[in-house]
Design a protein around this ligand. Sequence first.
Ligand SMILES: *Cc1c(COP(=O)(O)O)cnc(C)c1O
Length: 354
Amino acid sequence: MLHNITIRNTEFSRISEVDFNNIGFGKIFSDHMFLADWDGHEWTRPRIEPYANLSLSPATSAIHYGQAIFEGMKAFRNGDDVFLFRPKDNWRRLNISAERMVMPEVPESLFMDGLQTLLSLDKSWVPGNEGSALYIRPFMFATDDFIGVKPSEKYCFCIFTCPVGPYYSKPLRIKVEEKYSRAAQGGVGFTKCAGNYGAAMYPTKLAQTEGYDQVLWTDPSTHTLVEETGTTNFFAVTGSGVITPNLHETMLAGITRDSVIQILKKENILVEERPLTVSELKTLYHEGTLKELFISGTAATLINIEGFAHQGKYFDVMKTGNTQISDLIRAKLDSIRLGKTDNDFGWVKNLIKA
Ligand SMILES: *Cc1c(COP(=O)(O)O)cnc(C)c1O
């Protein structure tokens, strides 16, 4: 290990208070967290501390001007083994976000050493029941106490973890968004910066009051091209293969998206990354060739879309379709993440020796 990480163990583990059969999503936090400080020149004081509130100045730059970025990844238990899924891709993407937000780069060694030390300490928090995992939240935020819009000099990098169950429990009803936008050309849609999610809450709330679970974002200039949902990428299964919108700057390049594409290819299922319009989706639906819709993300994994609403009309895809391809890909992905299937893609890392 390159970094000399100071460890302060908790005196009171909370693990015995947790009902692992009823953990929900994102409400329970493991015993420890990893922290490091950027002092304007280098990362300093890499350390593990008991999970606790942070003490911050009310003038903390991130709260006012939004230099705050995050990642989401998962660890899975298979017996005594704990597997991480594509952690290097999350590290790489964190730094893509960091560059756009004028924040310091996190070296791979700091990210991985911090992660490994934290997970070794809290490995008993990785749940083993079906559908559960340890959700890992690496994030960075600006810590200067200074009022004035400029890049902060100081930053905090932190990792904490939560044992989680399934994010969604049933197929989703989604609304094609035609008024609001999640991201714009030249903007920050391709990053996981905090502001993207705050901006999406109002249109999502409106969709929810209309009876939908999520918004399906469209391109910001014409609202005719399908992009993604709030935290997941979008796939349409037709009679001849799978279509997913091609990536561009208003979209987030999901690691689960990439994994789904690679698994589809390996299964010899035709997959096209290309522009997908709402009207094409509707045409496929009317022709009876729109078989399945699903979304992919680390938190949600693979979730079926029941149907989508566009201009006041609801298209119930599940009523006439099936879940054949999504079930197949979900099963493949699950077994890879649990380290059960050959690690052909090299995606699974056993960082923690049990
Ligand atoms: C995180 C995220 C995704 C999914 O990315 P994964 O790497 O698969 O978890 C998709 N869209 C948005 C907007 C996201 O924030």
